[in-house]
Design a protein around this ligand. Structure first.
Ligand SMILES: Cc1ncc(COP(=O)(O)O)c(C=O)c1O
Length: 447
């Protein structure tokens, strides 16, 4: 017999009001820029040191509670690379052309790009790429190439795509088809098919998620290629950009996962460098086929270079950070990180399920989606990201079993207070994570 959710409406966690409310303003940190004390410069520098030490202590402490965003805080760059901070390193322009000045790190940049070219199976002479400011810039660039190759093209992106994809569509004033998703977050292939069929007269520029931001779902590239073929899209009437911001450095190191490869007819791949690999500042990699880049590339006399990048000045420090990390970790280190994160994610999901808490973990994923905690203070404490009635933990390198256990213990304790008998009940996540993953009381009563 059907169970009517409306009977329980008043008891459900009231998150709806929060969804559209503007975020609260940040607390005033009472920090200001002060003029140096001319009479005693020592006092000024002591005060600056005090502020910086306090900030450092806060960051070191809060590291233990950083569970909701895909940042790897586990790296040892600073000691070896700090001396480089005395130089301004600027990689503006093309990584492959000669520079008129010496203060750049393009040798490191190209070494890193070569490493990724090998990983994603494209010959050195066939690729073009650069080190970006992050995954967003990679998406902006990939979709821009798609538009330059297909000026009348339509962007197809699932609704679970990162917000930068929709930003690109707005910035470039391009037509956009937003595609539904399956319950696990993967693109809805039936919806994609019907929209491709409807717009057959225009080229397709498809953003394929190699790991969605919130649920960590991987779109099936092979199936998308089959759909394109089925509806008569020839190779020169579509462009595929793969947004692999987080998973671009995980998937290649997991047995049985489909590889990311330019042997398939994709146009570009981008990742964030600061995510799985880890870097103290944002960065990313964007890679495409060399033959595609000429449409974007212009000669700039001022910098004596060609330029096909989005930025002007480009960070010359991040290529060295990436190069250093890749050299230190190697394939074996990345494989180990991927394995440990997968195991820890399974461990967390298992603990949640055993405790009767709704949770989902996609195949190959390190993102555990679970019920949204019923207290904003708790989500802030653990720095969780929340959407509708869901929250997630991204089990990154550096998130230890001990941190997971501390989080779980805290959640169980707080849950006891939030969901005392007869007051409120946890939200139903059946529509968001599927009936097999939702353990809420509605579902229990239905079955
Ligand atoms: C799938 C996906 N794409 C792109 C981005 C944007 O990356 P960045 O924050 O490096 O700009 C993210 C960030 O979370 C992401 O999850």
């Amino acid at each position: 017999m059907g169970f009517d959710q409306r009977e329980f409406h008043l008891m459900v966690v009231p998150t709806n009001g929060e969804i559209n409310a503007p975020p609260p303003p940040r607390k005033n940190l009472s920090l200001s820029v002060v003029e140096p004390d001319e009479k005693d410069i020592k006092i000024s520098s002591q005060e600056l040191n005090r502020i910086l030490t306090q900030y450092l202590e806060t960051l070191s402490h809060r590291k233990e509670y950083h569970l909701g965003y895909p940042i790897n805080v586990c790296y040892e760059h600073h000691a070896a690379l700090a001396p480089l901070l005395q130089f301004h390193l600027n990689n503006c322009g093309d990584p492959f052309t000669e520079n008129p000045i010496d203060f750049h790190s393009k040798d490191f940049e190209v070494a890193v790009l070569d490493w990724f070219a090998q990983l994603w199976e494209i010959e050195k002479d066939d690729y073009w790429g650069y080190i970006t400011n992050g995954g967003t810039e990679g998406n902006l660039h990939g979709l821009l190439i798609g538009r330059e190759l297909h000026p009348t093209g339509i962007i197809y992106a699932s609704k679970d795509s990162h917000y930068s994809v929709f930003k690109a569509a707005r910035m470039y004033r391009m037509e956009l088809e937003t595609i539904n998703t399956l319950v696990n977050g993967e693109i809805d292939y039936a919806d994609l098919s019907s929209k491709l069929l409807l717009n057959k007269n225009k080229p397709a520029i498809i953003n394929v998620n190699i790991g969605t931001t919130f649920k960590g779902a991987i779109d099936d590239l092979d199936l998308i290629l089959q759909i394109l073929q089925k509806y008569g899209y020839s190779n020169d009437s579509y462009y595929i950009h793969c947004d692999a911001a987080l998973y671009g450095l995980i998937i290649p190191f997991i047995k049985h996962a489909k590889t990311i490869t330019f042997k398939k007819p994709i146009g570009s791949v981008s990742i964030s460098g600061h995510k799985f690999l880890g870097s103290p500042m944002p960065c990313g990699i964007q890679m495409t086929r060399k033959s595609y880049i000429s449409s974007l590339s212009t000669k700039i006399e001022y910098i004596a270079s060609t330029d096909a990048t989005i930025s002007g000045s480009r960070n010359g420090f991040t290529p060295i950070l990436l190069w250093y990390s890749l050299c230190m970790k190697g394939h074996a280190g990345l494989q180990q990180d991927a394995r440990i994160c997968n195991e820890n994610a399974r461990y967390l999901k298992g603990r949640l399920h055993k405790a009767g808490i709704s949770a989902m973990l996609n195949e190959f994923s390190i993102i555990v989606v679970f019920e949204r905690p019923n207290d904003p203070k708790f989500t802030r404490q653990w720095q969780l990201s929340c959407i509708r009635d869901m929250a997630h933990v991204v089990v990154m390198p550096g998130i230890t079993r001990e941190m997971i256990d501390n989080f779980f213990k805290d959640l169980m304790q707080e849950r006891g207070k939030w969901y005392q008998v007869g007051t409120t009940v946890p939200p139903c996540l059946e529509d968001d994570i599927g009936s097999q993953n939702c353990l809420c009381c509605y579902r229990k009563m239905r079955h």
